[in-house]
Design a protein around this ligand. Structure first.
Ligand SMILES: C[S@@+](CC[C@H](N)C(=O)[O-])C[C@H]1O[C@@H](n2cnc3c(N)ncnc32)[C@H](O)[C@@H]1O
Length: 365
């Protein structure tokens, strides 16, 4: 994992940062140096980096410092645009299975209604836990959905094509991808502050990043996924489950006063959330031209969303339109996605050419 950050260039002064996370299985040639048995340190020619500094605690990101995580692998913080952004690392092993490249479709965006009866959201769901958060068991969802006829039919399509990604049809949100955990880990160690922040979990899938932000008292959290099925069957249930102790027995055996208290709690929580599905360009248009007030995001969290270079333009423009001028994006990714062609180098190059943001790599695992 290699988190990295971007900041705006030129007249758009202010802080923006993208963070990239990569799963790297082997030592990255020329750049990672073994520190003891497990830790690697990123070697960089960047003047803004401070490679000698080592700490076991993650730090809040600033543009001047470098943080080396002794207990994990290595990290460097975001660098100002005036220095070279170094995010060089060997391709990590991708676990992505893909179909041949096609152009992305333009799935219309929609905002999902939040159901009045939250217990219904968890019907037929089996919950598991990871890093202290509840999430729906995907196999059970897949089994249920493959038995029903469903508008998008992404489960059957994914199974019949033996693929986790079907360009323009299913973009992988049913499963939880590895870098989500890396980014959660990073945000926790960095003691990232969410209080009063407006946060977007972009390409959310299970939505664990957004749920983490909610748990840390973010003011508002929006969730976006390409597929409606993912929002209805995975993201929404996961959010509800994390405020109902995994759903339990649906509160059947609880005294009604406790049930009401819980319902009020979820109601309050849900008033902070919005859920969207659809293609990125469509999503940003919906937000910006919709009749609900929209304030730009302070933080955009996104994991494993730069696998397909065909989407970079839409992704970049969406972020440009939706991020506050003092905002920051944390992006977690593998170094390279075999078969699809995306990855950190090509994305950084793309960002550089667009000349709107600057990147800073803050952590490599
Ligand atoms: C590989 S999944 C990662 C899901 C989740 N972030 C995780 O780490 O587990 C990529 C996500 O990016 C989103 N995505 C990819 N391409 C998209 C596009 N062109 N428009 C909108 N969303 C897209 C999808 O919602 C999909 O769930």
């Amino acid at each position: 994992m290699l988190p990295c950050a971007l900041e705006p260039r030129g007249p758009r002064a202010g802080k923006m940062a993208f963070q990239f996370n990569f799963s790297i299985e082997e030592k990255a040639e020329n750049e990672l140096e073994t520190l003891g048995d497990t830790a690697l340190q990123l070697e960089s020619a960047q003047p803004a980096l401070n490679p000698g500094r080592s700490t076991e605690k993650s730090k809040e990101i600033s543009s001047e410092e470098n943080v080396v995580h002794k207990d994990s692998v290595c990290a460097h913080e975001a660098t100002p645009k005036t220095t070279d952004p170094v995010a060089n690392c060997s391709p990590g092993k991708s676990q992505v299975q893909v179909l041949p490249k096609k152009r992305a479709g333009f799935k219309v965006a929609k905002e999902h209604n939040i159901p009045g009866d939250f217990s219904k959201v968890l019907e037929n769901k089996v919950m598991d836990t990871v890093q202290g958060l509840y999430y729906v068991n995907i196999s059970v969802v897949e089994m249920t959905l493959s038995n029903d006829s469903h508008e998008e039919d992404i489960v059957s399509k994914s199974i019949s094509s033996h693929s986790d990604l079907i360009t323009g049809i299913y973009e992988g949100g049913l499963k939880i991808w590895e870098c989500t955990f890396d980014l959660m880990d990073y945000l926790s160690k960095a003691e990232m502050q969410f209080i009063n922040k407006t946060v977007l979990d972009l390409g959310c899938g299970a939505g664990l990043l957004g749920i983490l932000a909610l748990k840390r008292k973010a003011e508002k959290v929006h969730f976006q996924d390409y597929n409606r099925t993912v929002i209805d069957e995975i993201t929404l249930p996961n959010v509800v489950a994390n405020w109902t102790d995994g759903g339990g027995d649906g509160g059947i055996s609880e005294p009604s006063s406790k049930k009401h208290k819980k319902a009020d709690l979820i109601q309050a929580l849900m008033s902070k959330c919005r859920f969207f599905s659809g293609e990125w360009t469509e999503f940003s248009q919906l937000l910006l031209s919709g009749n609900k007030p929209f304030s730009k995001y302070d933080l955009i969290l996104t994991s494993e969303t730069i696998y397909n270079p065909d989407y970079y333009s839409a992704l970049h423009d969406t972020i440009s339109k939706l991020l506050d001028k003092n905002g920051c994006v944390y992006l977690a990714t593998k170094a390279h996605y075999f078969g699809v062609g995306g990855g950190v180098h090509i994305f950084e190059k793309f960002i550089e050419e667009r000349n709107v943001f600057r990147t800073r790599t803050v952590k490599v695992i």
